[in-house]
Each structure stands twice: as structure tokens, then as C-alpha cells.
Design a protein around this ligand. Structure first.
Ligand SMILES: *[C@@H]1O[C@H](CO)[C@@H](O)[C@H](O)[C@H]1NC(C)=O
Ligand SMILES: *[C@@H]1O[C@H](CO)[C@@H](O)[C@H](O)[C@H]1NC(C)=O
Ligand SMILES: *[C@@H]1O[C@H](CO)[C@@H](O)[C@H](O)[C@H]1NC(C)=O
Ligand SMILES: *[C@@H]1O[C@H](CO)[C@@H](O)[C@H](O)[C@H]1NC(C)=O
Length: 465
């Protein structure tokens, strides 16, 4: 088993040396669970620079499947994980769309250029019109995989749901900020407009004078202020994402994905139905520092709560929140105050990837006993997001992802296990790799020249909360 693992690491490295734009690096199958490791198109970052790109037609398992888990992380050309204090992963997002068969779409196309009769968005089941993704996280990504417990799965590629004459495809958005050598790491990660010297948005429209920071100031190709005299090379990076899935069959119970946002401005009116069109989700908000007058323990807590009427019902299977540095927890309650699911951040206290001091390196997840938490259609829920208000923060987020099953699965159908520590390589992957190896051996020889030395020019510093 161990040697298999080394085998696939070797494969990944081989692909990286070969510099394929993006590729299926590994496919395995064990106990009916398939695993694939994919690389995003490469992106190149220098000190202070920002990439926020949308890639279309990216790799994703094909066929009628049920996804069991999804996880991602940023790696360099040698396949090494890159720490957040060098490359801050603001977010990555994976979304689905349908494209008319025969219409070519390349990874760098902009979907806006497609005739709307050829392109259909295939969003999640949630209520925020602008949060259509199925998977997506930020700095917490290394320790917060979406795992769908058995016997549930997130169904894709159902021929009965793909519009006829269309093909299901996938979009990947990666927003990363290189903070090597910058003057203010937290400020760059919070997209503070003064550090980016930005006064107009991506489309040239002036920003409101009170807009101090957030996504409008750290769009693609912006530059955060770097310490005078700092030199650092531009380097090539990838998002490596791992998908586990099973073939869809009657033993799998499908779950739907909903995303809630603490900045949702929805308010109940006598006429409201709670449907998507009534919701406006601003995604980002700011934390004002407390004036610290009171004596209560929560005087440094920015506590936000909103009410939402559920336009659907079902059984809660899984939940996880997304917060930025400064976040101290998020939860979903029933109207009577009962906690349905809470998700708390963990902060790193070291230097190594997955444990970077001052950054959120994981969010706890909740897996209620299936059946224990039933949500009824029209029920009012409370979403809460807490941040430390010891200092000012810009562009923070308070999202909450939940998986909901329409129907409870029968316990005897619990066939699959998702927690796997070992994986095996299928013969076809080996053959594929051998073909690649033989065909491109010369390139490998060149690649040997190209021993990657990790830069150490940037003195490590933790970001403060
Ligand atoms: C989009 O496609 C439809 C039907 O194929 C066609 O009638 C229409 O002119 C197209 N619009 C554009 C802007 O190309
Ligand atoms: C900031 O932007 C302004 C105008 O966009 C430019 O004149 C100025 O030189 C920039 N400052 C820095 C430090 O880059
Ligand atoms: C609610 O619906 C009633 C009757 O349909 C209508 O007269 C009223 O203007 C609506 N109110 C709002 C706030 O839309
Ligand atoms: C949020 O903060 C409030 C106090 O302001 C506390 O009562 C609540 O339990 C906190 N929620 C979470 C999820 O940590």
C-alpha cells in the first residue's frame, strides 16, 4: 500500500515536471469508491500579486455519479503544499453548467461570451442567487474536506436532469494572493483598498468612499504593496483537487446543497415566499472594532444573526461554515434556539502548511445522526456568524453550507465508507502513466535540470487577529 502511495506521488511529480496545463494525475478505485486527483490550470504569482481567474471545462469525474468528498489545496511546481503566509488562498469555488453539445468552450473562455441559448447555469439548490457553487472553501481547505456520510451522495450527471442536447461541465474559480514580502499580510488578505492603491473596481467604476476593503479591491491582476527592496521570484502554482465518488445506484440517497449567507438582506413581508429571487447576498461584510465599554465577556464579539424561511424541507446530513481570519464561530439554530449545527474555526500556530499561525486552517463540521434533524418546509431558521471585534476587518465572510436529504435512507444500505487512508492504483492508470513516461522521457531529462528550490527569502510572520 505504501509503495502505491509513493507511486502516485511520483506520478503527480511526473505530471508536474511535464508541465501539463492541467491533468488527471491519478485515478484509484477501492470498495466502489473512486478517487481522482486533478490539477487546475497553472497560475503564476509574484510578491503582492493577485490571481482571480475563472477556468471553464475543467476536469471532473464523468457519468452518473454521487460525489462523496471534495478537497483542494495549492501546490507549487514540485508538488509541495504552499503555506498560506506565502500564497493566501482567498477562495476556490467549483460550479456546474450545461453547454450545448458541439459548442467548444476552452478553459480560458468567458461564459459571458456564450449565447444564452447555448449555456445554462447548473447551480446548487440554495437561496442566494449569486452563490451557485457546489464546492468552495478558502484558507481552511486543507483540513476541511466535504465528506458525505454513507449512504448519501451528491448526485451529478443524471441523464434525466441534463437538458437534452447539452453536456454537463465544470467551472473552477481560484482567488489567490501572494503575500511574500508585503507590508501588511493581514491587510493584503483582507483586500484593503489603500494597500492595493485601488479606487475604481475591475470595470473602472469608482468605489464608494466608505468602501475600505474587500473583493472590489483585489480583483485579478491587482498588486498589494510590497516592502521596499523586497525581491521574490514569480512562481507557478496549481490548485490540486481530489474528488471521491461512487457510481450512482439505488443504494445511494441523493442530497442537495444549500448555501446560506449572513449578509443576506432578505426580510419577511406579508407576501414573501422565501424563494431565491427575494434574496440578495452581499457575500462580504466589515467588522468594526469594539469601543470596549461594557464589561460583558462578549464585548469583543461582532455577533450577527439573520432569520431565513426555508423554502424546502428535508433531513440535515452535513454542515460547515466558511469564515475569514477573525472569525470565532458560526451556527444554524431553530427559531426556539435549538442548535442544529455549529461550525468553529481552528487557527494554526506554526509555520508549516495546514498549521499557519494566525490563519484559519480548518472549520469543524457537523454530521447529525441522519434523521435526527428534520427541517420542515417554511420553517424559520436563524443563521449566526461571530467575529472578534478587537480590530477592524474588511471583506470577511459568513457562509454556511448544508447538505439536505429529501428522504432518509434505510440504515441497511450503509455500504460505502468514505474515510479512507489508503488508495490503490487501477491498472489503467498505470498503463496510462507508462505511455506518458515512454513518450516523454526526453522531457523528463530536461526536468531533472529543474530541481525546484523552495524560496526562503521571506521572513516568516504570523498575521494578527
Ligand atoms: C443565439 O442563438 C439563437 C438560436 O440559436 C439565435 O436565434 C440568436 O440570434 C443567437 N444570438 C446571438 C447573440 O448570437
Ligand atoms: C496609485 O495610483 C495612482 C493613480 O491610479 C498613481 O498615480 C500612483 O502612482 C499610485 N501609487 C502607487 C504607490 O503605486
Ligand atoms: C402584497 O400582495 C398584495 C395582494 O397581492 C398587494 O396588494 C401588495 O401590494 C403586496 N405587498 C408588497 C409589499 O408587495
Ligand atoms: C456567538 O456569540 C454569542 C455571544 O455574543 C454567543 O452567545 C454564541 O454562542 C456564539 N455563537 C457561536 C456559534 O460561537
Amino acid at each position: 500500500m505504501e509503495s502505491n502511495k509513493e507511486g502516485w506521488l511520483l506520478l503527480v511529480e511526473l505530471f508536474l515536471i511535464l508541465n501539463l496545463p492541467y491533468s488527471l494525475a491519478f485515478v484509484g478505485n477501492e470498495n466502489k469508491i473512486n478517487t481522482a486527483v486533478f490539477l487546475s490550470p497553472k497560475f503564476v504569482l509574484g510578491p503582492g500579486s493577485v490571481e482571480n481567474r475563472f477556468y471553464y471545462n475543467v476536469d471532473f469525474p464523468k457519468g452518473h455519479i454521487a460525489v462523496k468528498s471534495f478537497n483542494a489545496e495549492v501546490i507549487d511546481e514540485a508538488g509541495n503544499p504552499v503555506p498560506l503566509h506565502e500564497t493566501y488562498l482567498h477562495h476556490w469555488v467549483v460550479g456546474r453548467y450545461y453547454i450545448r453539445e458541439g459548442v467548444e468552450i476552452s478553459e480560458f473562455d468567458d461564459h459571458a461570451k456564450f449565447n444564452s441559448s447555448d449555456y445554462i447555469s447548473g447551480r446548487n439548490s440554495g437561496i442566494c442567487p449569486n452563490l451557485g457553487q457546489f464546492f468552495g472553501l478558502g484558507s481552511e481547505t486543507r483540513k476541511t474536506a466535504t465528506h458525505v456520510p454513507d449512504p448519501y451522495g451528491i448526485e451529478f450527471g443524471n441523464p434525466a436532469e441534463v437538458p437534452s442536447g447539452f453536456e454537463e461541465q465544470w467551472m473552477l474559480n481560484i482567488h489567490a494572493i501572494d503575500t511574500r514580502g508585503v507590508e501588511d499580510k493581514l491587510g493584503c488578505t483582507e483586500c484593503r483598498c489603500d494597500l492595493y492603491n485601488v479606487t475604481v473596481d475591475e470595470h473602472g467604476r469608482p468605489l464608494r468612499p466608505d468602501y475600505k476593503g474587500g473583493l472590489l479591491c483585489c480583483y485579478d491582476r491587482t498588486q498589494c504593496r510590497v516592502k521596499q527592496g523586497f525581491e521574490g521570484i514569480r512562481r507557478t502554482l496549481y490548485l490540486r483537487y481530489t474528488v471521491k465518488w461512487v457510481d450512482m445506484d439505488s443504494s445511494v440517497s441523493p442530497v442537495k446543497i444549500y448555501i446560506f449567507d449572513i449578509t443576506d438582506t432578505w426580510k419577511r413581508t406579508p407576501n414573501s415566499t422565501g424563494i431565491k429571487a427575494e434574496h440578495e447576498c452581499k457575500v462580504e461584510y466589515d467588522i468594526e472594532p469594539s469601543r470596549a465599554t461594557g464589561l460583558a465577556d462578549d464585548r469583543y464579539v461582532d455577533n450577527r444573526r439573520i432569520s431565513l424561511d426555508m423554502p424546502f424541507g428535508g433531513y440535515l446530513i452535513y454542515g460547515v461554515a466558511h469564515q475569514h481570519s477573525g472569525g470565532i464561530g458560526s451556527a444554524l439554530y431553530r427559531e426556539d434556539g435549538q442548535v442544529m449545527c455549529s461550525s468553529l474555526p481552528t487557527y494554526g500556530d506554526g509555520e508549516e502548511p495546514g498549521n499557519e499561525a494566525g490563519y484559519i486552517v480548518g472549520m469543524t463540521t457537523c454530521y447529525p445522526q441522519p434523521g435526527a434533524i428534520e427541517i420542515s418546509k417554511g420553517e424559520t431558521l436563524i443563521l449566526e456568524s461571530n467575529y472578534s471585534s478587537i480590530r477592524h476587518h474588511t471583506g470577511v465572510m459568513g457562509l454556511f453550507y448544508i447538505l439536505v436529504a429529501d428522504q432518509l435512507a434505510e440504515p441497511m444500505h450503509t455500504l460505502h465508507t468514505v474515510i479512507q487512508t489508503q488508495d490503490s492504483i487501477t491498472p489503467s492508470a498505470i498503463v496510462w502513466a507508462l505511455v506518458a513516461m515512454i513518450g516523454l522521457i526526453a522531457v523528463v531529462a530536461v526536468g531533472i535540470h529543474y530541481r525546484f528550490k523552495r524560496e526562503k527569502e521571506d521572513g516568516y510572520e504570523a498575521i494578527g487577529m
